[in-house]
Design a protein around this ligand. Sequence first.
Ligand code: IPE
Ligand code: IPE
Ligand code: MG
Length: 246
Amino acid sequence: MTKGKASQIPRHIAIVMDGNGRWARARHRPRSFGHNAGRKAVRAAIESCMREGVHALTLFAFSSENWQRPQDEVGALMSLFVRALDKEVDELHANGVRLRFIGDLSAFDEPLRQRMQLAMSRTAGNDRLHVNIAVNYGGRWDIVQASRLAAEAVLRGELRPDQIDEARLNRWISLAELPPLDLFIRTGGECRISNFLLWQAAYAELYFTDTLWPDFDQACLRRAIEDYARRERRYGRTGEQIAAAP
Ligand code: IPE
Ligand code: IPE
Ligand code: MG
C-alpha cells in the first residue's frame, strides 16, 4: 500500500476519554480523583495534536446519558469543567487553539454556559488547532437537532423536503465546517461508541485501547496515529482500485 505523507496524519481525531473511574478505583480514591487526573491527559492530547499537525480534536467529556450518574459525581464534573475553563483558556488562546463546545448546552447553568460562550467567542479567530469539547452530547441528539433545523427551513419555504439529501443535512450536523472525522479513539477497554459522533463516524477509522484515560500520554496518541497510518481507507472500493488511484 502506498500512501502520500499527508494522508498519514489524521486531520480530525475524536476521543472517548473513558476509564477515569477505574483508574481512581485502582488507587482507592473517589471517581472525581480520576476525572481530575484526566485533565493532564487532555493537555497532552492537545499538545500532541499541535505537534503532529492535526487540524481538529474532538473530545467526549460528558454524554447526554452521563446525567444518570450519582449527583455528587455530576456535580464534581461540572465544577471541574468550570475550573478547567477558568484555568486553561488563556493558554489555549495564546497557542492558537479555537475552542468549540458541541451538545445541548441549554441544560447547563448560566455561569457555565457563559464561560463556554466566552471561550468560544474569544478563540473564534484561531485556526492552529480546533478543539471541540462534547458536553451533554449525544450522536442521536445531533441528528435530531439537524433534522429539526431542516424542517424549519422547509417551513420557511427555503427548501423542499425532496431537496434534503445527505450533503444538505450534513450542513446542520455538529462540526460540519471541519474536515471529516478520520480517527475515532476510545480508551478504557470498551469497544463501543456510546452515542458519540454517530453521523460523523460513518467512515472514521476506529481505534480501541485498554489504556485508561488518565494514563493516555503522548506516546499512546503517537501509537494510535501510527496504527491509523497503516490502514487502507477504501470507502467501498476495492484495494486494487485504491492502489491504482493517482
Ligand atoms: C470517563 O470515565 C469520563 C466520563 C464519562 C465523564 P468514566 O468515569 O466513565 O470511567 P470508568 O469507565 O467508570 O472507568
Ligand atoms: C462515554 O463514557 C462518555 C464519555 C467518555 C464522556 P461512559 O463511561 O459514560 O460510557 P458507557 O456508559 O460505559 O457506555
Ligand atoms: Mg466509563
